[in-house]
Design a protein around this ligand. Structure first.
Ligand code: NAD
Length: 338
C-alpha cells in the first residue's frame, strides 16, 4: 500500500530500533513497496543484559528481520562513534527514529533519559546536517492519567518513560521554533499491536499474550474490571501509514496515532476467542498497578487527520483477524512445548 506520492526507491532511509517491533515493520514496508530504496537499520539488538525490573535491556531480535535485504548495523545510539559513522558514511533522506527503552516499567532514570532524550537530539542534529526529514516515536505515555480524549498540549506523564517522550517532544518544538529546513514529526503511538511484537516478551501487547493463553487451552486472565479498562489500541499497519504520511506533513509537530476509539481488554479476549473458536470464559485477578495505570485512553486524532491525512483503517476486529494466523504460527514455533 502506497500512502504518499514520494518515490522512496531512490531514497536512503535510516531506521533506528529497526530490529524491534515497529522499526522492523517499517523496514519491510520499504523493502516490499520500494525494493530499490536503501534501508539502513541500526539497533543494539538483545543480549542477556537485564534491568532492575528483571526485563531485558533491549528487545531487538534478528528474527524480526529474517528476509530483510538492507543494511543492518549493530550499534548503541548512545555511542558517539556509531553516530559519527552514520553521519559520515551516509546521506539520509529520511530518519525514522524508533530506538528507545520502550519498556514503560523501567526504573533506571539515567539510562532512560540518555537513550530516549539525549540520543534523540544527537540524531536530530544528523538529520538537520543531512537535510533528512525526521519522524520519531513519541508515546501516549506522555499523557499519564490525563482525561480522554488525550490531546497534544495536555500531558501528565506518570513515569520516567512518559517523561522522556515528553522531553523529546519539547526538543522538537524548540527546533521547529528556531526554524529548520527539514520537517520533524513526533508520533504519539497509543497501544500498538501486530506482527513482530512477540519478541518484546512481557511488554508485548495483551493481544498476542491472551492469544497464546487461549491457544494453550487456558482461560485468559484479565485484571478485575477489565470491561471498564479501555485503551485506544491501534494495529501496526495503521502505525506504518502514519509514519509514511509523516514524511510529507502539512506541518511539523507532535501528533497522536490512535484510532480515536477506546476498547476494553475484555473486548480483546472476546474477539480472540471468537477468532480461535474457543469458549474458555475469563478469569479475573486483582490489578497490582492501580494508581499507576492508564484506565481510559482515547486519542484525539483531529490534527493527525488534518495535517498528516491519517485515516486509521483497522477496527480492533479487523486488526485481530489480520493478525490471528501469525499469533497461531508464533504459538506453534515459539511457545508450545517451550
Ligand atoms: N509499541 C507500542 O505500543 C508503543 C507505544 C508508544 C510508543 N512506542 C515507541 O515506539 C518505538 C518503537 O517501539 P517498539 O514497540 O517497536 O519497541 P521495541 O522495543 O520492539 O523497539 C525498540 C528497539 O530499540 C532498540 N534499542 C533500545 N535501546 C537502544 C540503543 N541504546 N541503541 C540502539 N537501539 C536500541 C531495541 O533493541 C529495540 O529493537 C519506541 O520508541 C517506543 O518507545 C511504542
Amino acid at each position: 500500500m502506497k500512502y504518499t506520492n514520494i518515490d522512496f526507491n531512490d531514497k536512503t532511509i535510516l531506521i533506528t530500533g529497526g530490529a524491534g517491533f515497529i522499526g522492523s515493520n517499517l523496514a519491510f514496508y520499504f523493502q516490499n513497496n520500494y525494493p530499490l530504496s536503501n534501508v539502513v537499520v541500526v539497533d543494539c539488538f538483545r543480549s542477556d543484559k537485564t534491568l532492575s525490573n528483571g526485563n531485558l535491556k533491549s528487545f531487538g531480535h534478528y528474527k524480526n528481520l529474517l528476509g530483510f535485504r538492507g543494511t543492518v548495523i549493530s550499534g548503541d545510539i548512545n555511542d558517539e562513534a556509531i553516530l559519527q559513522k552514520l553521519e559520515d558514511d551516509y546521506s539520509f533522506d529520511f530518519i525514522f527514529h524508533e530506538a528507545a527503552i520502550s519498556d514503560t516499567t523501567v526504573n533506571e532514570q539515567d539510562l532512560m533519559i540518555q537513550t530516549n532524550v539525549n540520543a534523540y537530539e544527537d540524531l536530530l542534529k544528523i538529520a538537520i546536517k543531512h537535510n533528512a526529514n525526521m519522524i520519531y516515536a513519541s508515546s501516549a505515555a506522555t499523557y499519564g492519567d490525563a482525561p480522554s480524549p488525550q490531546t497534544v498540549g495536555r500531558e501528565n506523564p506518570g513515569n520516567v518513560y512518559g517523561f522522556s517522550k515528553l522531553m523529546m517532544d519539547n526538543i522538537t518544538r524548540k527546533y521547529i521554533q528556531e526554524g529548520v529546513t527539514i520537517s520533524i514529526v513526533g508520533l504519539r503511538y497509543f497501544n500498538v499491536y501486530g506482527p513482530r511484537e512477540f519478541y518484546k516478551n512481557k511488554t508485548a501487547s495483551t493481544v498476542v499474550q491472551f492469544g497464546h493463553q487461549i491457544l494453550a487451552g487456558k482461560t485468559p486472565r484479565l485484571f478485575e474490571g477489565s470491561d471498564k479498562i479501555l485503551r485506544d489500541f491501534i494495529y501496526i499497519d495503521d502505525v506504518i501509514q502514519a509514519n509514511i504520511k509523516a514524511c510529507a506533513p502539512k506541518a511539523s509537530g507532535i501528533y497522536n496515532v490512535g484510532t480515536g476509539k477506546a476498547r476494553s481488554f475484555q473486548d480483546i479476549a472476546d474477539i480472540l476467542q471468537k477468532e480461535l473458536g474457543t469458549n474458555l470464559g475469563t478469569d479475573y485477578i486483582p490489578n497490582p498497578y492501580v494508581g499507576q495505570y492508564q484506565f481510559h485512553t482515547e486519542a484525539n486524532i483531529n490534527n493527525t487527520v488534518e495535517y498528516l491525512d491519517f485515516k486509521p483503517a483497522y477496527e480492533m476486529e479487523d486488526g485481530i483477524k489480520n493478525y490471528i494466523e501469525e499469533i497461531k504460527r508464533l504459538y506453534t514455533s515459539e511457545v508450545k512445548d517451550k
